[in-house]
Design a protein around this ligand. Sequence first.
Ligand code: MGD
Ligand code: MGD
Ligand code: SF4
Ligand code: MO
Length: 704
Amino acid sequence: MTPSLTPAPRDGVYHRACNLCEAICGLRLTVQGGQVTDVRGDPDDPLSRGHICPKGAALPDLHADPDRLTTPLRRDGDTWHPIAWDEALDLVARRLREVQAAHGADSVATFQGNPSVHNSGTLLTAGAFLKALGTRNRYSATSTDQLPHHYAAAEMFGHPLLLPIPDVDRTDFLLMLGANPLASNGSILTAPGMRERLRAIRERGGRVVLLDPRRTESAAHASEYHPIRPGSDALFLLALLHVILSEGLARPGRLAGFTDGLGDLPEVAAPYTPEAVEAATGVQAATTRELARAFARAPRAAAYGRIGLSVQAFGGLCQWLLNTLNLVTGNLDREGGAMFPRPAFDLLTGARAGQTHHGRWHSRVRGLPEFDGELPNAALAGEILTPGDGQICALVTVAGNPVLSTPGGQDLDRALSTLDFMVSIDPYLNETTRHAHVILPPATGLEVEHYDVIFHHFAVRTTARLNEPVFPIGADQRFDHQIFAGLTERLTGKRLATPGERLDAGLRHGPYRLSLDEVRAHPHGLDLGPMTPVLPARLLTASGRVQALPEPMRRDLGRLHATLHAPVPPLVLIGRRQLRSNNSWMHNTPRLMRGPDRCTLHLNPADAGGLRSGQRVQVTSRVGQVTVPVEITGDVMPGVASLPHGFGHARRGVRLQVAQAHAGVSLNDLTDPLLLDELTGNAVLNGTPIHIQPAPDPAGTAAD
Ligand SMILES: Nc1nc2c(c(=O)[nH]1)N[C@H]1C(S)=C(S)[C@@H](COP(=O)(O)OP(=O)(O)OC[C@H]3O[C@@H](n4cnc5c(=O)[nH]c(N)nc54)[C@H](O)[C@@H]3O)O[C@H]1N2
Ligand SMILES: Nc1nc2c(c(=O)[nH]1)N[C@H]1C(S)=C(S)[C@@H](COP(=O)(O)OP(=O)(O)OC[C@H]3O[C@@H](n4cnc5c(=O)[nH]c(N)nc54)[C@H](O)[C@@H]3O)O[C@H]1N2
Ligand code: SF4
Ligand SMILES: [Mo]
């Protein structure tokens, strides 16, 4: 079916931020003859200062994409029929209520994916709809991403969003683990143009140290790079802490006046000498010792770790330890250290101590605890497939593609085909939404008015920017917020506040007492200055004090200690983000897919056996098997292989022509849903034990 043509934009120059990733770069778009003829970085954006990446330039392509859906679709067997919006919303509300009436409120599950935080309309309205459903089966990308950051923040500072952000523009020492901002453009670190920001640290005499199992694109812009064994970072961080504490290098300064638990840290770190962790981490003891001393002595230093430290078995401990390193060296809440942004729309306005909960309920099958109202998404397939009271019979997905993005994706793929009802609010017919009975496709990208509610909370500089739409929408299109308002009204009879009303109220009550109109009047963004210290006033712990050694972390150390002498699997698999990719989507954009296929397995020469680059290999894990071309490279350390996530588009019924031509395989057909960071419930997506063998020769001439 051909999508309806969306109306052409007016000619002119538009300024708005790219909403594809956390860098939120200001863009300058020129429209001539109804076409976007030029996209470049906006040099007047006070945060991004002209930065742009290839994805930002490809943003207008979404609108020309013939596979993008604009009208609701209803599935009848394998056939999709367009239906009218009112009919679609009525049908969805009725079916969800029917399932809940028959099987209970929790029989409907919800999954919210990554772009729902990149669209303020979705962010500010989806919650009310999900709440109206009243289900405890809520899932989101959080538990395959940054749950350990939130967990550590809640335990130490009292709120999941009190996330310390490395003040990269003023630091003298950036210690970075498991992050690749040159490919990802930064995460829980909104600092567009990290290449220049890293160069500036080096040019002012500072030091950038990177630890990663792979010599990444970011390694080239660091002062030094050290390989580290996947999943061993908590041991390494404890060894740093041990050196700092045992050599009298700790100087928490002002923070000591409102921090509990500092006195217990030396004993906790005692077993983890650099020598004791050397074998497990692969980092030489002398290196660890030198790094600890230099970090502690640097005038201003920040320790930062992202996905690589989060989607692993000790994610919660890693994020606690990073915060603790910053804390004991006096770098927390200090310029050039790790600081807490205070954005103009501040989600902490009105927050009270003790509101975050953990373990109030548990998943039915595996007994996994909720965190802040959500269950680990590694549990979702099992909850659908396991019969009994409380089984999930219906699913709502919002801006997510969990078949490709969650561990053991092929189980979920199978599970989704058994549901009584599924609805996806998503502009594409992809690996997940193909299982839906109804797809409600929202307007997206440059069509949407957007304010970055979330990412200003992670930004190295406080700015505020309202992004006006470039493309008008057609009469048959709807925004996410209209879809959620329509569904909520049908379920509750209540009208939802519009995103504009919510934004205006939030800005007025925020720390700068702005209004939406004031922000709108600054099309390049309003500059509100650098981060400033906010503790102890911003703390939301019950005690009103920082907790340096939360009890759940102390307890979890036993689990970590057991790994010190555990056998190391011969080969483990990690992920690989790529600049021209965006999780599981944007693979349908021809200009981003040019060049050789990128879904390849990187393997160190020491692990290659007789394999040659280009040869196809079977990769097998406990849960699955895929066949991919191999690339032999010294960039991954021995014993580690790497494969990008978000591919695997060859599934039947998917409507993504370009992506299907570069289908690749899904990394998450290999990741194991049984492996979790037991402390937080986050999925373990890196460090998966695998073995490889040459793929059988298609011509049948292979030895076996
Ligand atoms: N093995 C492995 N797995 C991973 C990761 C990894 O590093 N390794 N990374 C994890 C991380 S960090 C994340 S965040 C997740 C991401 O995984 P998901 O949260 O599942 O998100 P995406 O794969 O980005 O899929 C986004 C979906 O949103 C739709 N969409 C785009 N724009 C809009 C919009 O404006 N409105 C609506 N309603 N829908 C929209 C797209 O069509 C697409 O279907 O993957 C995780 N999975
Ligand atoms: N181009 C592009 N940009 C993106 C995305 C995308 O898909 N494409 N996704 C966006 C999203 S949703 C997110 S959450 C961010 C993520 O942002 P980042 O975390 O910066 O992204 P990654 O490139 O996955 O970096 C993680 C690094 O951890 C390393 N690693 C893996 N296992 C371990 C380990 O056990 N220990 C250590 N020390 N390192 C390890 C990997 O080799 C990798 O280099 O990126 C965002 N930006
Ligand atoms: S870095 Fe991120 S926000 Fe900036 S242009 Fe690229 S995708 Fe968009
Ligand atoms: Mo993410």
